[in-house]
Design a protein around this ligand. Structure first.
Ligand code: SF4
Ligand code: SF4
Length: 273
């Protein structure tokens, strides 16, 4: 159980959020209102997806649609939660798509699909997709990524009923399963990129102890963003690269207890990107 304690916690939170949204929507209870783009939780606390707000703000320059004050407060709430504390932890603990991509990864391991099709693109490409989403939002005068976001499709599908959005979700699953390991989250998703940028100085970190490390590389094999683990076996310190999802899979698979959760060390900010 110790090996999957954080995995269980993540699934508990991810499913708990979905079930709460579903029940509140079905029984018209105001405890959790809205969706992942814009919601009001615990009756009064607004929460807004920062990428959605950015797209609405930019598209509003053309369409004239303004952002409401509640959405702005919701944005600040989210910036505090993830900017100060959890960084890209949104991906590992909240985003429902994480369950789909983790499942694809799980199947890849079980059936030993090592067929990473050569993409020849950098993991930084998701930041390019983020910029493209904002540019298209301006040109088209609509929140461009929100129109095709498989994350919204999945969340809305589960809470309000699944329609054609199932094809968007299925596409991500098949892409990750047969083509590229962690392809969508690692290379494409602009929302993950947004939370990576927001969480650059967030407090929650994974820490590595070189003296305990036996260089088995299990952490690198399981990690959805393995490029962030470049310090493994070389030096002790925090995983400061912004793509780390704080999913703790590396902590769980490490038999040497060389990895654990910790707090951002502001004095030693090497490898912070
Ligand atoms: S990268 Fe995108 S789809 Fe993947 S878990 Fe993060 S927000 Fe969700
Ligand atoms: S370094 Fe660890 S916590 Fe960060 S993404 Fe990789 S497995 Fe998850």
């Amino acid at each position: 159980m110790k090996k999957i304690r954080f995995l269980i916690l993540r699934r508990f939170i991810q499913l708990g959020i979905l079930v709460t949204f579903f029940v509140c929507n079905y029984y018209a209870i105001n405890f959790f209102n809205g969706n992942l783009n814009s919601s009001k939780v615990f009756w009064i606390i607004p929460m807004s997806d920062p990428l959605s707000i950015a797209q609405i703000f930019i598209s509003g320059a053309i369409s004239g649609i303004a952002i409401g004050s509640e959405a702005v407060i919701g944005l600040f709430v989210v910036l505090i939660i993830y900017g100060v504390f959890f960084g890209r932890g949104y991906c590992a603990f909240v985003c429902p798509m994480n369950m789909i991509t983790d499942f694809a990864n799980f199947l890849r391991r079980i059936f030993e699909f090592n067929t990473n099709k050569k993409l020849n693109i950098s993991r930084k490409s998701k930041y390019g997709v983020l910029i493209l989403s904002l540019v298209l939002s301006f040109i088209l005068a609509v929140p461009a990524f929100d129109l095709i976001s498989p994350i919204s499709m999945l969340h809305r599908g589960i809470v309000f009923g699944m329609g054609f959005g199932i094809f968007g979700v299925l596409s991500v699953f098949l892409f990750d399963l047969f083509f590229v390991k962690n392809g969508f989250c690692g290379y494409i998703c602009p929302l993950g990129a947004t939370y990576s940028l927001i969480g650059k100085y967030s407090l929650l970190r994974v820490k590595h102890n070189k003296d305990k490390c036996t260089k088995c590389n299990k952490c690198i094999i399981i990690c959805p963003e393995p490029q962030v683990l470049d310090l493994i076996g070389k030096r002790s310190g925090s995983i400061n690269k912004i793509d780390c999802m704080k999913c703790a899979r590396c902590i769980e698979v490490c038999d040497d207890n060389a990895l654990k959760y910790g707090i951002f060390d502001f004095k030693n900010m090497r490898s912070k990107k």
